[in-house]
Design a protein around this ligand. Structure first.
Ligand SMILES: Nc1ncnc2c1ncn2[C@@H]1O[C@H](COP(=O)(O)OP(=O)(O)OP(=O)(O)O)[C@@H](O)[C@H]1O
Length: 209
């Protein structure tokens, strides 16, 4: 996969990054920046197979972008590299923090017994009062249209509802970068639009790190 597979969902295209003109990441302007990112896997026969080849991209803050490309071109791999779940074989990456990654299959992520507990799970690392946690969980669930499901056991949710709960967990942490793998897997078109619009509203104040 190269940067031609990266399509912005709004306004005009930013020209591809020319790494020779830049010496440091422009963290004021870009929420995500990758330079000549390569990722290869080693087969059981010891052969290296390239998946990402010299992939460079810059994504400005406050915008929604989509990665488009054919099956198997490397979209999920690039997202995992940006999320820090995979280490690039070569290249450099900057991603603004806090960042969150929502898996293609929400069963990998929605693990607590109830919706409320699951959305609150990631907040455990912050020094918040119970009231602050409750308030963040309520706002995040409202953002994804799941306020009525607060006390529901997660195993009773549909795939799309689980995906919304996973997104609410990311929003509750006021992530600055939200990496969504295959938003289309479980959400229908209306739900995708709703989540995208709501996720861009600044309802939750960011944490100070
Ligand atoms: N651990 C691995 N070992 C071998 N090949 C892998 C590994 N991980 C990914 N691949 C291969 O890398 C390529 C890119 O996979 P990736 O999941 O990133 O594609 P994708 O663009 O997200 O595909 P899709 O649209 O089908 O979800 C695929 O050909 C896949 O088989």
């Amino acid at each position: 996969m190269n940067h031609s597979a990266l399509i912005r969902a709004s306004i005009s295209n930013v020209p591809p990054l020319n790494p020779t003109h830049l010496t440091s990441f422009d963290t004021q302007k870009f929420a995500i920046e990758g330079r000549n990112v390569n990722y290869s896997v080693r087969t059981k026969h010891g052969k290296w197979v390239p998946i990402l080849k010299d992939c460079s991209l810059r994504i400005p803050a406050g915008q929604l972008w989509m990665l488009l490309g054919p099956n198997g071109c490397g979209k999920s791999t690039l997202l995992k590299v940006l999320a820090g779940l995979l280490n690039p074989t070569h290249g450099t990456i900057y991603v603004e923090r806090p960042k969150s990654y929502v898996f293609q299959n929400p069963d990998h992520q929605v693990v607590m017994p109830t919706v409320e507990a699951d959305v609150a799970f990631g907040l455990g690392k912050f020094n918040l009062t119970k009231e602050e946690v409750r308030s963040r969980v309520a706002k995040a669930l409202d953002s994804v249209g799941m306020s009525d499901y607060l006390r529901r056991p997660v195993q009773t949710l549909s795939g799309g509802q689980k995906q919304r709960v996973a997104i609410a967990g990311a929003l509750a942490e006021a992530c600055k970068v939200l990496l969504l793998d295959e938003l289309t897997t479980f959400l229908d078109e209306n739900d995708q639009n709703e989540v995208q619009v709501n996720a861009q509203k600044p309802r939750l104040s960011p944490f100070v790190y």
